[in-house]
Design a protein around this ligand. Structure first.
Ligand SMILES: [Zn+2]
Length: 462
């Protein structure tokens, strides 16, 4: 095993150098070179981040607001107002900016009347797909919801600008689609603006359900919902962070065996969504300086939900981006002045520079995920004997440009990875002097350019 050879090397250093040590030293130097590549900024990702435009995002938000209402039961015939005009505009924009690159389509079905729908209603998502060049079956989904609402969730005619909730997320997704369509990725990117979030997450649920039924490999999903305001309810500026909601263990009535094993090994913060959140934080903060991704270890805020939930409920890794300080005077409110205070979700309360920063975090994370290999499969930690080293094994990845694997670790009380080691193209590795009892480990796959996958948590192997 490679680690044993390395130990031989270490034992020999400074003493009698055996002939083989030169080769081993070269191998270690190559490993160090990959580790440096992993840590370096990737020019393609930096370029994508640079090309995200606050001015275009602002224009998209204002255009969406101009449709008066995008309520799911609003007019679908007019070319200037209502949800039909809004979605036709979104589709046309994506077709224009992504010509020859993006596959843009409506994904629709009819939802029967229910608690939040007074009549059967066609629910229409606008989906733009950028097919991956190497592993098109592996996909990453980013969404915002383009429907809006007034105070009464059934009111389909009042002015409901929804500038922040959620023209901000919709504009972010459109901007990413247009910028990223000019680049090539290994995996597929799905840019989705969905309807009927406010009526019960119907649009996102419809797409997630199809994905589950067809067993699509959705390797990660982010929803952007209310990412527009950089001021809290007292007017204090806070434009240096975004919240990222990441679920640990879902609150299921019956716990499946895989989750039970996760919990039994202390891995409640190593769910696939939390692994994805670590990746987003690391990548986002690398490419968007002076900005932090504040991970919240929760599915969502109290009393609220979002379009990541239907994905979580179907076993996919999914996260929610939301501004740090919501101002509830500007959400789900009729436009009015109350006691001298402007109520309602108007564009003047949205900060396009802030939306652009959140969009850049999304884009950096998506690009990095779609350029990287898949997360290693069947990662396991050998637990058959009592020992103070950690033996990890996994299944080989299939990518042609794979450079190898990287072990990451952290203290059991730390939320983020603290150490890493690139270990080459092997299928097992023994981490010397770090006990599986005292650390959490993960294994990442790395390509020749230093693109690194999300970490996989090792389940016990007896
Ligand atoms: Zn929303």
């Amino acid at each position: 095993m490679r680690t044993i050879r390395r130990l031989t090397l270490l034992a020999n250093l400074g003493f009698c150098l055996l002939p083989t040590t030169a080769a081993l030293a070269a191998e270690l130097a190559a490993d160090a070179a990959i580790e440096a590549k992993i840590r370096a900024s990737k020019p393609q990702i930096a370029q994508i981040v640079n090309n995200i435009s606050a001015a275009r995002i602002d224009a998209s938000i204002r255009k969406l607001v101009s449709f008066q209402t995008r309520h799911t039961m609003s007019d679908t015939v007019s070319d200037t107002s209502g949800i039909g005009a809004a979605r036709r505009w979104i589709k046309a924009e994506l077709e224009r900016c992504g010509a020859g690159k993006l596959e843009v389509s409506f994904d629709s079905y009819v939802e029967p009347a229910g608690r939040r729908l007074s009549r059967p209603t066609e629910i229409v998502n606008v989906v733009a797909t950028l097919k991956g060049a190497q592993a098109p079956e592996r996909m990453y989904v980013v969404s915002g919801h383009y429907d809006s609402r007034a105070s009464d969730v059934m009111d389909a005619t009042s002015f409901a600008p929804g500038a922040n909730d959620d023209a901000s997320g919709t504009a972010a997704v459109m901007e990413m689609a247009c910028v990223m369509a000019q680049h090539k990725f290994d995996a597929t990117l799905v840019f989705m603006t969905v309807a009927a979030e406010e009526q019960g997450l119907y649009g996102a649920t419809h797409w997630a359900q199809q994905a589950r039924e067809k067993n699509w490999n959705v390797a990660g999903m982010f929803t952007n919902d209310i990412i527009g305001s950089s001021r809290d309810e007292h007017g204090v500026l806070d434009n240096k962070q975004v919240r990222l909601f990441a679920e640990g263990i879902p609150a299921l009535k019956e716990m499946p065996e895989a989750l039970r094993t996760l919990v039994s090994t202390g891995g409640e913060s190593d769910s696939i969504s939390r692994q994805l959140a670590r990746h987003v934080k690391e990548t986002g903060e690398r490419y968007v300086p002076d900005f932090s991704v504040s991970i919240v270890h929760r599915r969502d805020r109290y009393l609220r939900g979002g379009d990541h939930i239907p994905f979580l409920e179907r076993g996919y890794a999914a996260l929610r981006f939301t501004e740090p300080n919501e101002d509830f005077k500007h959400q789900h409110q009729d436009i009015r002045i109350e006691k001298g205070v402007q109520m309602g979700d108007l564009p003047e309360f949205v900060d396009p520079d802030y939306v652009a920063k959140v969009t850049r975090v999304n884009a950096a994370a998506l690009a990095s995920l779609a350029l990287a290999p898949a997360a290693p499969a069947k990662v396991q930690v050998k637990t058959a004997q009592l020992e103070n080293d950690t033996q990890l094994v996994w299944e080989a990845n299939q990518e042609a440009d794979l450079a190898g694997y990287r072990i990451v670790w952290r203290d059991t009380t730390s939320p983020l990875w603290q150490g890493s080691q690139f270990v080459g193209k092997v299928k097992e590795f023994k981490v010397m002097g770090k006990s599986k009892d005292n650390y959490f480990f993960g294994v990442q796959a790395v390509d020749m350019d230093g693109n690194v996958s999300v970490a996989s948590y090792p389940l016990p192997l007896r």
